[in-house]
Design a protein around this ligand. Structure first.
Ligand SMILES: Cc1cc2nc3c(=O)[nH]c(=O)nc-3n(C[C@H](O)[C@H](O)[C@H](O)COP(=O)(O)OP(=O)(O)OC[C@H]3O[C@@H](n4cnc5c(N)ncnc54)[C@H](O)[C@@H]3O)c2cc1C
Length: 224
């Protein structure tokens, strides 16, 4: 379920449980028995197609199996790369929301002065700036660790958890600064906010990343 570009792709990479443990397969999407079902009525990440992949007695040559990837190592190392990207992507969405709120607050005049001149809005803007910069620094720090090949998966989990949650809070705060205009697609804020709801869930839910961090902190796995 929930496979991005599932019904437009020519090949699907499928990780499956076999007698030989988890193995990866490159599946041409025109294989007999392979079909897709597009997921409609999404209110998040609407610009990309999301699909269910159905495999019904699909037969593949042995050459379709990824030779080196065995067990969960293969899929998890892919996810680790993607999640590191999300650490940055989330902070980019947050920055776009913050900048939209800053611009809007300077332009929107209420009772003879821009709302940017009020203490309440400045407090929101200051908080958003702190979160955006904190997220950027966290991403940069993880990037430097990655360059030195010292980045642990638990640190990627911490970055994904922290930056996506912070970005969602920044988007919600920015949406308020825009008042009613915050709910229209004339401004980028609600689009980022709705998209971030998917980002909280995909590439490991916030819950699951919290369990990864919790496991690293305590030495006790909460996974069942
Ligand atoms: C727009 C979009 C695009 C996506 N694209 C892709 C893609 O291209 N490829 C892909 O593989 N996946 C993709 N996904 C799927 C995404 O990775 C999953 O939705 C996600 O992993 C959560 O799985 P689930 O929806 O089955 O939720 P569930 O696993 O049913 O989880 C439901 C809730 O229970 C919690 N939960 C689950 N297990 C535990 C546990 N052990 N302990 C405590 N809490 C738990 C979760 O955190 C969540 O809050 C996409 C999702 C979306 C929304």
């Amino acid at each position: 379920m929930w496979i991005t570009n599932g019904s437009v792709a020519d090949v699907a990479v499928v990780w499956a449980q076999t007698d030989d443990g988890i193995r990866g397969f490159v599946v041409p999407t025109d294989s007999p028995g392979f079909s897709t079902q597009e997921i409609h009525r999404k209110l998040s990440l609407r610009a990309s197609v999301t699909s269910e992949l159905l495999l019904d007695d699909v037969r593949l040559p042995a050459s379709a199996m990824l030779p080196e990837a065995r067990g969960l190592r293969g899929p998890l190392s892919c996810l680790n790369e993607a999640r590191f990207g999300i650490v940055w992507g989330a902070v980019g969405a947050a920055r776009a929301c913050f900048e939209a709120a800053l611009d809007y607050s300077r332009e929107r005049v209420a009772f003879g002065r821009p709302i940017a001149a009020t203490q309440l809005q400045q407090q929101k803007l200051a908080w958003m700036a702190v979160e955006v910069n904190r997220g950027t620094l966290l991403a940069a720090h993880l990037g430097r660790l990655k360059d030195e090949r010292r980045l642990a998966p638990e640190q990627v989990s911490m970055g994904k958890l922290a930056n996506v949650n912070a970005a969602l809070e920044v988007a919600r705060e920015a949406r308020q600064v825009l008042g009613a205009n915050g709910i229209t697609l004339e401004y980028p804020v609600i689009r980022h906010m709705n998209n971030l709801e998917s980002v909280v869930t995909y590439e490991g839910t916030a819950d699951v990343h919290a369990l990864v961090v919790g496991g690293a902190l305590t030495g006790l796995s909460a996974f069942r």
